[in-house]
Design a protein around this ligand. Structure first.
Ligand code: NDP
Length: 327
């Protein structure tokens, strides 16, 4: 067998982690030959519940589990980490203003960014799930100056997967036949799920999609899917969020296939007129263990306006975080 990978999951007692941890322990991300050392971080009041999750992982008797450690100590949690899923975040409480939310999360992600900078392994890969995910990733990245910017990503793969699934249903296709989707901008209501480059079995299909359906049904449905799940299921999405986090880390570690791309939110290099350093959704391929932004796509007027609007929201979140002295 290979050397074990050390994987840190924060918010380990929460709903998303409850789906995520078992998939990690089953080898879905690092492959069937790679044992995992699991590090479960949560806040002190949740550590006992995290121990309960660890007991269940033990009871699965999974052959790839090398060890499980539960901690409320941020430094210990990231020590030697090769991969980190930052799931734990402060949820928006009743009457909480955006600045309160940014302050609470800013403190969490600043501390974790610093711990990653000082203690994680040189090949650390970070996927931020906890909301506001893009800006939380930005904060962590800003506090980890020794870690390459591209190692800090936020999760927009769930938005991407939601878009793929809606399109497959509309076209009567399988998800596996579709390619060329990208979700630009922020993991928020302003996100822009873009079908301009959509192909089915390698053939362009966008011309056959009704523009009214795209603008009035598809885009709002994908962007509002989280609220729809809460309304129907009575609880926020958890398994699908965990599944998307697995997809993102697996593709990052093991590569995307051929010319296919996916959506990753990462600190922008200014591609496609986005603002450098804000963490925005971009079309990416994974090659040699690194994300590469797909180059040379043509951007039309409709796309320009939507991308700019969502990036403007990210810039305002960044400015709010800066004004609070958090990044
Ligand atoms: P979940 O596990 O359901 O969600 C965790 C985070 O993921 C939330 O910020 C949530 O945002 C976000 N998220 C991102 N995408 C999605 C999606 N598609 N659907 C649902 N959520 C999404 O939250 P729980 O409350 O069950 O668990 C949170 C855990 O985090 C608790 O155990 C808590 O103690 C812990 N925590 C840990 C911290 C730490 O490790 N330092 C800090 C703070 C909390 P949103 O709320 O906007 O839906």
């Amino acid at each position: 067998t290979n050397t074990p990978v050390t994987v840190t999951v924060t918010g380990a007692a929460g709903k998303i982690a409850y789906s995520l941890l078992f998939r990690l322990a089953s080898g879905l991300v690092f492959g069937p030959g790679t044992p995992v050392r699991l590090r479960l971080l949560d806040i002190p009041s949740a550590v006992v519940a995290a121990e309960g999750v660890a007991m269940e992982i033990e009871d699965c008797a999974l052959p790839l589990v090398d060890s499980i450690e539960i901690t409320d100590d941020v430094t210990a949690a990231f020590d030697g980490a090769n991969a980190a899923f930052l799931v734990g975040a402060r949820p928006r409480g009743k009457g909480m203003e955006r600045a309160d939310l940014l302050t609470a999360n800013g403190a969490i992600f600043r501390e974790q960014g610093r711990a990653i900078n000082d203690h994680a392994a040189a090949d650390i890969r970070v996927v931020v799930v906890g909301n506001p995910a893009n800006t939380n990733a930005y904060i962590a990245h800003r506090h980890a100056p020794d870690v390459p910017a591209g190692r800090f990503t936020a999760l927009m793969r769930l938005d991407h997967n939601r878009a793929l699934s809606q399109l497959a249903t509309r076209l009567g296709a399988r998800v596996s036949e579709l390619d060329g989707v990208v979700v630009w901008g922020n993991h928020s209501a302003t996100q822009f799920p873009d079908v301009t480059y959509l192909t089915r079995g390698g053939e362009p299909v966008t011309a056959g999609l009704d523009p009214e359906w795209l603008a009035d049904t598809f885009i709002p449905r994908v962007a509002g899917r989280g609220a729809e799940i809460i309304a129907v299921r009575g609880s926020s999405s958890a398994a699908s969020a965990a599944g998307a986090a697995v997809d993102q880390m697996r593709d990052w570690v093991r590569g995307t296939s051929g010319e296919s791309w996916t959506t990753v939110a990462l600190p922008s290099g200014g591609e496609y007129g986005t603002v450098p350093d804000v963490v925005t959704g971009l079309p990416c391929r994974s090659r040699g263990g690194e994300w590469e932004v797909v180059e040379g796509l043509e951007i039309g007027e409709f796309q320009r306006a939507r991308i700019d609007a969502s990036v403007a929201e990210l810039v305002s979140e960044r400015d709010a975080v800066r004004a609070l002295g958090l990044a």
